[in-house]
Design a protein around this ligand. Structure first.
Ligand code: LLP
Length: 385
């Protein structure tokens, strides 16, 4: 069995569980991302929600990425880590007044607006601060992302964005508002999308929307296509980098742009997922009637994705080279959904072995909770060992 490379000796003495970030993987990922998105009209905003670890944010801002934020806290974290306010987009269906005021004060690039009442509030607050707020309308293009229902967002009648029938009203409202300026259209149809034809459908839908707006004399400076590019959770060792080539080629081929129009992307998972692993120690190997359970010291409090989305994460025993056996791997939390994997093939496992739960760099550390009054996990970077 091919396993990842981990400095297991250097893990001795480190309290588990912790997140381990492989700096070579994130460096290589960003290199590939930049390689395939070199067109000057392409702008990448890293989706901070995927991983807001300060060190990761600092690295990504140093590589010239912008940021995609969904809260005042994320805007502050992004600016503290070196992202330029003029390269920050701010999305979210429930922006609080203080968050809007913070974004206005910092002078962010654009508000991605999700409803008419939100436009009204931004207009009022911008007037109060004597500013003109740059806005993009988030449009629901009704494209099926073919992904988990909890992370699909582009279909009609979900809480995100404006439906196609509501765009004209939103634009009319912006045009008559003193303190709003329409600069873009925003789309985001879901996450963990690995079928590139989904993005092709998104492009076709955007083209139709742009065409119909152009007939009404409306054009915008930029198109924001959101994020959503998936990664390979099953083969983190063989396929450690997302298909940036295929992804950007689809937009190059199918998205029809107006003269001077810029394209913005909001990638999260594809940038950070594969560099992170959750390292946990085996507390007990417990024999059930037919199954054997490995009980780890990490649980859904450190990585909630399996419990919340039934998500698959590849698991390796990085302490053992013994023969392969079958186990269920479960955490210590008092919830029956606190299971990292069923029928997992692991080298024969004993108490004290360390397991690596792979592809956990995105929506891992950042979604940790203190349920059961557990300590929040900490991070270890390969460059420091
Ligand atoms: N832009 C918007 C408007 C979004 O809502 C999201 C993610 C992104 C960009 C970044 O999407 P990405 O490139 O990472 O797919 N916690 C879930 C994922 C939730 C995604 C929410 N929105 C998970 O663990 O799978």
């Amino acid at each position: 069995m091919i396993k990842g490379t981990f400095p297991i000796d250097k893990f001795d003495g480190l309290r588990t569980p912790f997140y381990y970030y492989d700096c070579d993987v994130i460096r290589k990922t960003v290199e590939e991302l930049r390689r395939w998105s070199q067109q000057p009209i392409y702008h990448i905003h890293y989706a901070v929600k995927a991983n807001a670890n300060n060190r990761i944010l600092k690295f990504l801002s140093s590589k010239g990425l912008g940021a995609d934020c969904v809260s005042g806290g994320e805007i502050e974290a992004a600016i503290n880590a070196g992202f330029k306010p003029s390269e920050i987009v701010f999305a979210g269906v429930g922006k609080a007044d203080w968050e809007i005021e913070l974004a206005l004060e910092k002078g962010i690039f654009c508000f991605n607006v999700e409803s008419l009442p939100e436009l009204e509030v931004i207009n009022t607050l911008a007037a109060k601060h004597n500013k003109k707020a740059p806005v993009a309308i988030r449009v629901n293009p009704d494209v099926d992302a073919h992904t988990h229902s909890y992370i699909t967002t582009g279909l009609k009648e979900n809480k995100f964005g404006f439906n196609l029938s509501q765009i004209d009203e939103a634009i009319a409202f912006i045009q008559q508002s003193e303190n709003l300026q329409l600069i873009g259209l925003h789309f985001h149809i879901g996450s963990q999308i690995t079928d590139m034809t989904v993005f092709q459908h998104l492009c076709i839908s955007i083209n139709e929307i742009q065409e119909s707006l152009a007939q009404k004399g409306v054009t915008v400076e930029h198109i924001n296509v959101g994020g959503g590019l998936g990664i390979n959770y099953h083969h983190p060792n063989h396929i450690p980098i997302a298909d940036f080539e295929g992804y950007f080629k689809v937009f190059g081929l199918y998205l029809k742009l107006r003269p001077e129009q810029q394209v913005h992307f909001e990638l999260g998972r594809a940038v950070v997922a594969q560099c992170g692993s959750l390292i946990t120690e085996v507390l007990y190997v417990k024999q059930g009637e037919t199954k054997r359970f490995v009980i780890t010291d990490a649980g859904m409090t450190e990585l909630i994705r399996p419990a919340l989305y039934d998500a698959y994460h590849h698991i390796e025993n990085i302490s053992s080279e013994a023969e392969i056996e079958l186990y269920d791997v479960a955490g210590p939390i008092c919830e029956s959904s606190d299971v990292f994997g069923k029928d997992v093939l692991l080298n024969r496992t004993n108490r004290g072995d360390k397991l690596a739960i792979r592809s956990a760099g995105a929506y891992g550390e950042v979604m940790a909770s203190r349920y059961n009054l557990r300590q929040l996990p900490y991070a270890v970077f390969s460059d420091d060992l």
